[in-house]
Design a binder for this molecule. Structure first.
Ligand code: SUG
Length: 440
């Protein structure tokens, strides 16, 4: 089994609209101009870097934005151009909500369980319904279509429908999921949540908790995981109130290693005790206390929103955002991680600032999917990274993306046309078939 990081290709409408309460970067940068071309190229450079470390890398496509389908559902009629002009005139906020390139954060696209852990021996994938935020909820249908197109072979893959809507099963995907494993022990799935729809649990006071316990429980059932291997920790309400809207803002794990902030989970000592019982003596964890790394710095610099990657030589490397190098407490923490007795031997800092400004670091930009050789061979879409695919995609970005997008540019009907032209071409480049509604 090999892990592939499926990165979201950053879409042509990448912009800063301040859409996510509780996500401080989104709030801070709302209204600023963005650089879609630079954003997409930064994302491609991260893919190159990870692939050159010897780690599996693949790509997921952006979604059509503005979402004309959504605007039509909301009563805007006429040609595509008229729909946009009318939305711009009568309900501009709806145009902003339907223009986000937020599908780039593919950690939120789905939750995935590898075939080694599921009762029927298939890979299970559930697209996240993302019901908590409207601009993200509109991703689920297209994500479902894309995953069905890529993971099409029912012998190897089961792509479930997103969990049913409404707040009860609010699901934010793998941003709240961590799979841990040590030699000789069965893998453990941490499926975290921020609130319960049914039970009386104290949640955050200031910012919304996105994932429900009920959604996490449903994912464990759907994916046919052994209940004894599932742990359902609560995200710490104080962490959410400090801006950690997803678990992966304050914790990241890989195989036998977990690093976390003290405000990532409620009662983290008990959680670590449970993990040690299930995973044995090889399990390693590093906790940052609030004194060592104030949660404010952790949320600003995103050291936990790193990719922890298993390298071919048996060690692990951390791919962190450049903001973590610039923030002394975050940097000192990561240096401590490398110095301690655990598998992490290096930390690399990458520039994904365009995404970071909307609250998405390296870990947000990728969905981890572990595949056997047979499973990989069953995928016919051209989504696996190669230097040649990199060149193709970089040229595609340079051909179609704007340099700068000012907030008002989403009012321009030409932007929607450009996006559709670009995405139509992309589905042919990636051999995806017709996955978008405008192609039906
Ligand atoms: O859902 N930002 C995303 C960031 C998602 C980060 N993902 C993980 N932590 N895995 C969100 O809040 C901002 C869009 C805007 O404001 O324009 C946004 O949607």
């Amino acid at each position: 089994m090999r892990e592939y990081n499926f990165d979201g290709l950053i879409g042509p409408t990448h912009n800063y609209a301040g859409l996510s309460p509780g996500n401080l970067a989104s709030q801070t940068h709302g209204g600023q101009s963005s650089q879609p071309r630079e954003a997409a190229l930064q994302g491609l450079e991260k893919m190159r870097f990870v692939a050159e470390l010897g780690v599996g890398q693949a790509v997921l496509p952006p979604q059509p934005r503005p979402s004309l389908r959504t605007l039509r559902t909301l009563g805007f009629t006429g040609t595509d151009e008229e729909v946009i002009t009318r939305a711009a005139r009568d309900a501009e906020h709806l145009l902003r909500l339907t223009s986000s390139a937020s599908a780039m954060w593919t950690a939120n696209a789905a939750t995935v369980a590898p075939s080694a852990d599921t009762a029927d021996g298939r890979v299970h994938l559930t697209p996240a319904n993302l019901t908590q935020m409207f601009h993200r909820a509109i991703e689920a249908d297209t994500t479902h279509a894309v995953l069905r197109a890529i993971f099409a072979d029912p012998k190897h893959f089961q792509v479930h429908a997103p969990l049913p809507g409404a707040a009860h099963f609010a699901d934010e995907g793998a941003a709240n999921h961590t799979r841990l494993e040590t030699r000789g022990h069965k893998a453990v799935h941490l499926l975290a949540w921020g609130r319960s729809a049914w039970q009386d649990v104290k949640g955050p006071q200031r910012f919304p908790a996105r994932q429900t316990l009920e959604a996490s429980e449903a994912l464990a059932r759907l994916h046919q995981l052994d209940p004894g291997q599932v742990v359902l920790p609560q995200q710490h309400p104080d962490g959410i109130d400090a801006g950690a809207f997803h678990t992966d803002v304050l914790a990241v794990g890989n195989e036998r290693f977990l690093m976390l902030h003290a405000l990532a989970f409620v009662d983290h000592p008990a959680l670590l005790q449970t993990l040690r019982q299930k995973l044995g003596a090889d399990f390693r964890s590093v906790v940052a206390t609030n004194d060592e790394l104030p949660v404010k710095d952790a949320v600003k610099a995103y050291p936990f929103n790193s990719q922890v990657l298993s390298l071919p030589d048996g060690t692990m490397a951390i791919v962190a955002p450049i903001e973590s190098r610039e923030t002394p407490h975050a940097r000192a923490f990561l240096e401590r991680v490398v110095a301690e007795d655990n598998p992490v031997k290096a930390v690399h800092y990458l520039d994904v600032r365009q995404s970071m400004n909307n609250g998405g670091g390296p870990a947000c930009l990728r969905q981890r999917i572990s595949l056997t050789d047979a499973e990989r061979a069953a995928i016919t879409a051209d989504v696996f990274y190669s230097p040649a695919l990199h060149e193709t995609l970089a040229a595609w970005v340079r051909r179609h993306y704007r340099d700068v997008l000012r907030p008002d540019d989403v009012r321009d009907p030409l932007l929607a046309r450009e996006t559709m032209t670009a995405l139509d071409e992309l589905t042919r480049l990636l051999k995806l078939g017709s996955v978008y509604d405008f192609q039906q």
